[in-house]
Ligand binder design. Structure first.
Ligand code: IPE
Ligand code: IPE
Ligand code: MG
Length: 244
């Protein structure tokens, strides 16, 4: 355990870190290799970052793996990514159990291949009682899509008489989001030098701290992660208030 945080209440480190894992394609391009080579290298990085979480006091890690907009890529890349996700979940499932990693998926999974959906369900069930780290993988996730689906479900409950329109407040809407069981992210990291949010956790990150770092995702390391987390502890989060 280092000085960044104990993971208990009151520590200064982020409890929930969300990462936009960007730059796999450029990493591969720099090596004159196909984009999928970069995605494979990127997938291999995830375990190291997950394993680093307990020592850094990070209880929740959420990673953006595939956006609702990523379907616009070539069929070859999309197919390759979907295959990679299946292989990744199959391979890592037992390791997650062993490491105490509770896995959840957010995003619209119904648009994904049934075989991939089955693996996602299996990983969630298998790791349900793990408590060391909460890993959330955003797969076919888009924040606007998430909010639209939440409102659709909420409207259905209103129509069925289960919910009064006047009773709808921020807490109500939060309960309909894919992230209903997660705390809001404290820190959002995006790799690869792009300073944009690309439809990631828009509602949940209203008061998150952001870090845009130049490192491409396949080069992101435990050391860089620890540095970014340490920097977070020096920030002054005011949530709109003025400190006395
Ligand atoms: C992020 O890397 C992974 C996914 C979006 C699936 P990119 O594939 O976006 O890599 P760049 O941005 O083209 O370098
Ligand atoms: C965001 O990265 C999505 C993921 C990291 C999965 P993109 O590479 O798709 O985002 P844009 O297109 O640069 O905004
Ligand atoms: Mg990108």
């Amino acid at each position: 355990m280092d000085g960044t945080g104990s993971g208990e209440n009151g520590h200064k480190g982020p409890r929930h870190v969300a990462i936009i894992m960007d730059g796999n394609g450029r990493w591969a391009q720099m090596r004159r290799r196909p984009r999928l080579f970069g995605h494979q290298a990127g997938a291999r990085r995830v375990r190291e970052i997950v394993e680093a979480c307990p020592d850094l006091g990070v209880r929740y890690l959420t990673i953006f793996a595939f956006s609702t907009e990523n379907w616009k890529r070539t069929q070859a890349e999309v197919t390759g990514l979907m295959y990679l996700f299946r292989r990744y979940i199959t391979r890592e499932m037992q390791a997650f159990v062993k490491e105490g990693v509770c896995v959840r998926f957010i995003g619209d999974r119904l648009r994904l291949d049934p075989k991939l959906q089955a693996l996602m369900d299996e990983a969630e069930t298998l790791t349900r009682d793990c408590t060391k780290v909460n890993l959330t993988i955003a797969l076919n996730y888009g924040a606007r899509d998430e909010v639209a689906r939440a409102i659709r479900d909420l409207a259905a409950d209103v129509k069925a008489g289960r919910l009064e329109p006047d009773a709808v407040d921020e807490t109500t809407l939060t309960r309909y989001l894919d992230t209903q069981v997660l705390p809001d992210p404290d820190l959002v990291i995006r790799t690869s030098g792009e300073a944009r949010v690309s439809n990631f956790l828009l509602w949940q990150s209203a008061y998150a701290e952001y870090e845009f770092i130049d490192t491409l995702w396949p080069d992101f390391s435990r050391e860089i992660f620890a540095e970014v987390v340490a920097r977070y502890a020096t920030r002054d989060r005011r949530f709109g208030a003025v400190k006395a």
